[in-house]
Design a protein around this ligand. Structure first.
Ligand SMILES: NC(=O)c1ccc[n+]([C@@H]2O[C@H](COP(=O)([O-])OP(=O)(O)OC[C@H]3O[C@@H](n4cnc5c(N)ncnc54)[C@H](OP(=O)(O)O)[C@@H]3O)[C@@H](O)[C@H]2O)c1
Length: 288
């Protein structure tokens, strides 16, 4: 006898404001299609004052999970039943998953970077010295995961001390890594013992695609691994300059795809079809 038809979709998506230009839908829907899953990803505009009601809506409509983007990554914590250890340390959630009736907060941004570093660049951060440009949300997520993965030293290079100092304290107080703050008021020279250099600032983000961080590019050496968080366009002037100096480079597209792939697995239970997701997102960004 033929199976009964099942027209019910499982629902996930993203809460944001604004949310219309968030491209995650493209890779998640490509992943669902590749595995033949009847799942839907929805970009949902949620005002800050409506976030609590929106989370209640997830519960009522039995959503399997949700991504949170600006301005909800911190505020959403108060509406969840539990939060993973790393997301609690970061103080930010970018992915909510369902566990029975419970909604659990996770953060896949730093995990996505770590997986891209390991799998795309072949680098294990354990025991390495890392220099991070920036101290915002992306830096927080990435440095917590780098520290938990055993990085020996992390320098936080940032313009404003009021964002950098709490991050340095958080890393020193809660992880085995040694973190230091480096004020970024003049052109920054990369220390020669640096293994991995990461730009986590928004410098180079569309439409300012010709901008690059104010560092002394001559201090980038062959053997260093240089990473950028900017996913679109992924080949940034920062990475071009690093490649010219013989450094290995890692772009932000891999981080974006991998943070989505980790969320996909949390929601569906299936290993994400990473290449199908990467291909869809690269096509959306007009890169090969
Ligand atoms: N590829 C991915 O999967 C992924 C994931 C998450 C985020 N991102 C990207 O990461 C970037 C940062 O996001 P975020 O959430 O961390 O932003 P954020 O919280 O606003 O932090 C921005 C950081 O950039 C620094 N900055 C901005 N303009 C600067 C300039 N002209 N000179 C020096 N420093 C500057 C800020 O320094 P001050 O503290 O001194 O202001 C701050 O440290 C964005 O471009 C975002 O798209 C990528």
């Amino acid at each position: 006898m033929a199976d009964e038809p099942n027209y019910k979709s499982e629902l996930v998506g993203v809460f944001g404001h604004p949310v219309a230009e968030n491209p995650t839908i493209v890779m998640q829907e490509a992943g669902f299609a590749a595995l033949g899953l009847n799942w839907r990803y929805l970009n949902i505009e949620v005002l800050p004052e409506d976030l609590g009601a929106a989370v209640q809506g997830l519960r009522a409509m039995n959503f399997q999970g949700i991504n949170c983007t600006i301005p909800h990554k911190v505020a959403v914590l108060q509406y969840l039943d539990d939060v993973s250890t790393d997301a609690r340390l970061m103080g930010a959630v970018n992915t909510v998953r369902r566990d029975g009736k419970h909604l659990i907060g996770e953060n896949t941004d730093g995990k996505g970077f770590l997986r891209s570093l390991r799998e795309d660049a072949g680098v294990d951060p354990s025991g390495l010295r890392i220099v991070v440009l920036g101290a915002g949300g992306a830096a927080r997520a990435m440095t917590v995961e780098l520290a938990l993965a055993g990085a020996s030293h992390i320098s936080i290079v940032n313009r404003s001390a009021d964002r950098a100092r709490p991050l340095v304290a958080l890393l020193n107080d809660n992880t085995p890594t040694q973190a230091t703050y480096v004020p970024w008021d003049v052109i920054f020279a990369i220390p020669s013992d640096t293994h991995v250099l990461v730009n986590t600032t928004s410098i180079g983000l569309y439409p300012n695609v010709t901008d690059k961080p104010n560092i002394d590019y001559a201090t980038i050496k062959p053997g260093m691994v240089v990473c950028d968080v900017i996913p679109n366009p992924p080949q940034t002037p920062f990475l071009d300059e690093a490649a010219k100096r013989g450094a290995r480079t890692l772009d932000g597209l891999g981080m974006l795809v991998n943070q989505g792939a980790i969320a996909f697995k949390m929601w569906t239970g299936h290993d994400a079809p990473v290449e199908a997701m990467r291909t869809a997102l690269a096509a959306e960004f007009g890169v090969s």
